[in-house]
Design a protein around this ligand. Structure first.
Ligand SMILES: *[C@@H]1O[C@H](CO)[C@@H](O)[C@H](O)[C@H]1NC(C)=O
Ligand SMILES: *[C@@H]1O[C@H](CO)[C@@H](O)[C@H](O)[C@H]1NC(C)=O
Ligand SMILES: *[C@@H]1O[C@H](CO)[C@@H](O)[C@H](O)[C@H]1NC(C)=O
Ligand SMILES: *[C@@H]1O[C@H](CO)[C@@H](O)[C@H](O)[C@H]1NC(C)=O
Ligand SMILES: *[C@@H]1O[C@H](CO)[C@@H](O)[C@H](O)[C@H]1NC(C)=O
Ligand SMILES: *[C@@H]1O[C@H](CO)[C@@H](O)[C@H](O)[C@H]1NC(C)=O
Length: 652
């Protein structure tokens, strides 16, 4: 009895499997795992075994979601966050196949604490922090095809319309996916799809779309192109890559916002679809409320969105700063002048008038960048309170710091007034702020311009780093190395100055220089007349080598305030940070640990820093910030980093 029942079940199972196999064969399957991007984080997890267990568990959850005919899923366990998304035009078996390929591929990153694999058909990403609400950021890119469209002029025209429609409609469509096509004269068609991840808001999707829309403009008149960003994807091609019946009717979403919803609703109801929707909605509501009881899966349902920055009124800011008067001017940073302002509610703020050339594209970018920056909160990072844009003018509103900036205390009118403990606290706080930007905020932010004038001091002389994230507002032109260069000579890591190679270690280098300046009160770009080795970095190294490092300490400091071992430790950290090889510099979180460690370090700077010293460099270095926005708006490019180092001796 038992036996025959078992056999029955077996036969049934076989039959089902065969049917499935047959169906797979019959359908025109194409998981579209043409690889676009495969990238691993440069950091490894600390505990590989736990990580691997978590990753495997989350991948299982993702797969389960996809098998339930979902095209988007997130899953997390411990500190492992994962996300998968298939293009909605794939069949659900192709979606699974694409995910499987991606999950195999992504393991090539072995112990990396973050990775993403992007195919035409799907993408898979994991991180050790929650990235679900990330819509845009550095690392967006485009991939253009090799062939020119057969009829460039009319292709361009049709493509322009198609991409614009997709950009406008996609954020307005439930599920953030649209597939559309447009006729090109000469019996051709151009096909396009756009998609956002489902855990970002509508405005997040709009921001992301604005970036990919602009990126993909570099592809035509090539017959196909793709633009990739953290929270969205845009693709077009002259050859069809989705079935005709997968086309989205985007017309209702192209109308002006107000009317479109109403129209769609009325249209739907008249067509009797409304009733169906109602039934479906009740069904899904029922299902989701049941599922909620069974397993909490908060991430999609309770996606915490980035808070938008406060939008200030231009008239209020104008009033607060007394018409941006000279008396209210606090200083002129690399990105524009800063004014002190007293708002109507009595709150004192600092208003930065950005001097960044504004184009239409910059505007969309500006808003999304400001949103990101205003969500960075750390006690050692200056808070961005809000922004304001009026015409071409862009204003940023920050908290006001009564003690102004560190340079005043090191080189300026208040020179010599910081004691050793205050200096040490500034080093530690700055390191913590940078570690947060590099490793803890959900987006990696590289400051690129760490120097004393960007370290502000609060009433208690605790440091707050300012201007972070602003480098992201600079135009990014991949063909011009020099335009990527946003830093200040004397503080800029050689690999960035010379090759434009940007990583967190660029900030670590500048931080090392900053620490030496804090100890010595000598500007890195100025010479010390009492010493043979005039420049700070070289002087520090040779004093250290000869065990005379205490001589580096600012003479105004009382010798009884500090401990010789502490001085040695701090100098060693600074020299570790300024090593020529970016890879051997410590990360900023390591710096925090080293600074807090007792006694001497067991890690010695192995290699000398690179010394850049030529008259030319010195002159340019002291002549202010390179890459400051002012030099962009005035039309003259900053001097090429190549020319800056051409004459310098790169002593080893
Ligand atoms: C990360 O781990 C991989 C192998 O597990 C190793 O090859 C690589 O060097 C490690 N990277 C770092 C930065 O430690
Ligand atoms: C996770 O899955 C991979 C591939 O399937 C396997 O090689 C690895 O051993 C698994 N790790 C753990 C901890 O189970
Ligand atoms: C473009 O052409 C080159 C060489 O012909 C080939 O290696 C490359 O894969 C092509 N790229 C694309 C996107 O088709
Ligand atoms: C098509 O547009 C691209 C830029 O979008 C442009 O470089 C190209 O010259 C245009 N081609 C024609 C034939 O208009
Ligand atoms: C368009 O092309 C198809 C097949 O390529 C052909 O059957 C059709 O007649 C063409 N139409 C025109 C208007 O050229
Ligand atoms: C779309 O068309 C394909 C054949 O091209 C067919 O197999 C599939 O069932 C259709 N899908 C829908 C939703 O009608």
């Amino acid at each position: 009895m038992q036996q025959s029942r078992k056999r029955c079940v077996m036969i049934l199972l076989w039959a089902i499997i065969w049917v499935f196999l047959f169906m797979e064969e019959g359908a025109n399957s194409d998981p579209q795992h043409n690889l676009l991007i495969s990238a691993c984080s440069q950091y490894n997890v600390t505990n590989f075994k736990d990580f691997s267990t978590n990753l495997n568990a989350t991948f299982l959850k993702l797969r389960k979601e996809l098998r339930n005919n979902n095209y988007f899923a997130t899953a997390d366990q411990a500190a492992t966050y994962t996300m998968v998304q298939c293009r909605n035009y794939l069949s659900s078996s192709d979606c699974l196949a694409c995910f499987d390929a991606a999950s195999i591929r992504i393991r090539k990153c072995s112990a990396a604490n973050g990775a993403r694999v992007i195919y035409d058909g799907c993408f898979l990403r994991y991180e050790s922090n929650n990235f679900y609400t990330q819509s845009t950021g550095e690392g967006h890119t485009m991939i253009c095809g090799n062939h020119t469209a057969s009829n460039p002029t009319s292709f361009n025209a049709s493509l322009g319309g198609l991409l614009n429609d997709l950009q406008v409609a996609t954020p307005r469509i439930d599920g953030f996916f649209a597939a559309s096509k447009k006729e090109v004269s000469g019996n051709k068609t151009v096909y396009g799809v756009a998609q956002c991840i489902e855990t970002i808001s509508k405005s997040g999707c709009q921001n992301c779309m604005a970036v990919v829309y602009s990126d993909i403009q570099q592809c035509p008149p090539n017959s196909d192109g793709r633009a990739i960003n953290w929270g969205c994807f845009l693709r077009y091609s002259e050859s069809p890559f989705f079935a005709d019946n997968q086309t989205t009717d985007i017309a209702p979403f192209l109308k002006n916002e107000g009317s479109s919803k109403k129209d769609a609703l009325i249209g739907g109801l008249v067509g009797g679809i409304g009733f169906l929707l109602l039934v479906l909605a009740v069904f899904f509501w029922f299902r989701s409320s049941r599922r909620k009881q069974m397993e909490p899966r908060g991430d999609i349902l309770e996606a915490t969105e980035l808070q938008g920055p406060v939008n200030y009124n231009y008239r209020d800011l104008n009033l607060a700063t007394r018409n941006f008067s000279l008396e209210n001017k606090l200083g002129g940073g690399g990105f524009g002048d800063v004014y002190k302002g007293a708002l109507k509610n009595g709150k004192v703020v600092a208003v930065k008038k950005l001097a960044i050339a504004q184009s239409l594209r910059a505007k969309a970018d500006f808003e999304s960048e400001v949103r990101i920056i205003s969500n960075v909160r750390h006690r050692n990072l200056l808070r961005l309170l809000g922004c304001c844009s009026k015409g071409a003018e862009l204003l940023l509103v920050y908290e006001f710091m009564p003690n102004s900036s560190l340079d005043k205390f090191l080189f300026g009118e208040k020179k010599g007034s910081l004691n050793w403990k205050q200096r040490y606290d500034i080093m530690l706080g700055t390191a913590k702020g940078l570690a947060y930007l590099h490793e803890e905020f959900y987006l990696r932010i590289i400051h690129r311009d760490i120097k004393p004038s960007n370290i502000l001091l609060d009433h208690d002389f605790q440091p707050k780093i300012s201007d972070f994230g602003l480098a992201r507002l600079l135009p990014q032109d991949p063909t011009h190395l020099s335009s990527k260069f946003a830093g200040t000579m004397g503080y800029t890591a050689p690999e960035y100055a010379i090759h434009g190679q940007l990583s967190e270690k660029v900030d670590a280098y500048s931080y090392g220089v900053l620490v030496l300046e804090i100890i010595s009160s000598q500007k890195s770009s100025e010479t010390n007349s009492n010493s043979d080795d005039k420049f700070l970095l070289k002087r520090a190294w040779s004093l250290y080598e000869n065990n005379r490092h205490e001589e580096l300490v600012d003479e105004t400091l009382n010798g009884s305030e500090y401990d010789a071992e502490d001085v040695r430790k701090v100098i060693e950290i600074a020299l570790l940070c300024t090593q020529a090889s970016a890879a051997s510099r410590p990360t900023m979180s390591e710096v925090v640990i080293l600074l807090r460690s007792e006694g001497t370090l067991n890690r010695r700077p192995a290699t000398k820093p690179i010394f850049i010293e030529s008259d030319k460099v010195v002159r340019e270095a002291t002549s202010a910030s390179i890459g400051s926005s002012a030099s962009y708006t005035s039309g003259s490019r900053p001097p090429s980093p190549r020319s800056l180092v051409a004459k310098s001796s790169l002593a080893d």
